[in-house]
Design a protein around this ligand. Structure first.
Ligand SMILES: C[S@@+](CC[C@H](N)C(=O)[O-])C[C@H]1O[C@@H](n2cnc3c(N)ncnc32)[C@H](O)[C@@H]1O
Length: 274
């Protein structure tokens, strides 16, 4: 079977099918985080790199207003199609490293989950992105940032496989992340880039096709993540969890587990956005 090289975000339906399993959990978690660490009633949430709009849809269903931006036009098109008929949302094209929000608009919660923040490839841009998330918040608002930490001592490839299906479309997803000790496909401490590959095998109408995407992520261990947050003093760390999205199971920020979700609260006034 021929395998096509393709940006998996150019096929939003397949992305949506394989990532949808946790959507309700993520929505409940974001709402719970606001109840625990926030300052008032639920309001408006901004999803940084909103993709297909699956979490935005969940937040609207829960009674929030939900905005989002993303770099990929096909993802944005999918989100618009999914959300049409709903009220209280807006999506636009924007880059994590330099996004704008609608004039005068501020948010109770800004979130960026499932390692999306690792698409920001330099420390300067990552600091700028986190700072902009802080700027987009109301006083007392929260940034919720979820990403997979890199174990620089790992020798083998990290491999994940999962299968989901919807409306007669089955998607098998295989992801592979290369280890720190192979120079050309590596997460090395100097460049802090790790090579990731996702293969989707899609069966639809009796036909199976395969597509592959390869990209670089910026790497973080616990210390590097702490340093990133420390570079934006207007945001204080108030909570730490993992990808179980369980508010009853807080974690310490350390390298003892891989999937970290930080909750950061805006403590000072940051205002550079419009
Ligand atoms: C793993 S998906 C997450 C999508 C969505 N947040 C979700 O949870 O389903 C990553 C998304 O980040 C977007 N993306 C990648 N780099 C970006 C950047 N620099 N600025 C904005 N969006 C970006 C991709 O187009 C894709 O939609």
């Amino acid at each position: 079977m021929a395998r096509e090289q393709r940006d998996w975000y150019d096929t939003p339906l397949y992305y949506d099918i394989i990532f949808d399993a946790d959507t309700a959990k993520e929505g409940a978690f974001l709402e719970g985080v606001w109840e625990r660490y926030g300052t008032g009633k639920k309001g408006r949430v901004l999803e940084a790199a909103c993709g297909s709009g699956r979490v935005m849809g969940e937040m609207l269903r829960r009674g929030w207003k939900a905005d989002g931006f993303d770099l990929n036009e096909r993802m944005l098109g999918h989100a618009r199609e999914r959300l049409k008929g709903e009220t209280g949302w807006k999506v636009w094209r924007g880059d994590l490293a330099g996004f704008e929000v609608p004039k005068g608009r501020r948010y109770e919660v800004v979130h960026c989950l499932v390692s999306t923040f690792k698409y920001v490839l330099s420390e300067a841009e990552a600091v700028a992105a986190l700072r902009r998330m802080g700027e987009a918040l109301l006083p007392g608002g929260l940034v919720v940032l979820g990403l997979h930490l890199t174990d620089y001592g790992r020798k083998g490839c990290e491999h994940e496989r999962w299968v989901e299906a919807r409306d007669g479309v089955e998607v098998v997803c295989n992801t592979r992340t290369w280890p720190a000790d192979r120079r050309t496909w590596s997460a090395d401490r100097r460049t802090r880039l790790e090579r990731v590959r996702a293969r989707l095998k899609v069966t639809e109408g009796g036909v199976t096709r395969e597509q592959e995407t390869v990209w670089n992520f910026r790497t973080y261990d616990a210390r590097q993540l702490r340093a990133l947050v420390g570079a934006v003093p207007e945001l204080e760390r108030v909570g730490c969890f993992d990808f179980q999205y369980d508010l009853g199971a807080p974690r310490k920020l350390d390298d003892g587990y891989a999937d970290v979700i930080l909750v950061l609260r805006k403590v000072g006034a940051i205002s550079c956005l419009n």
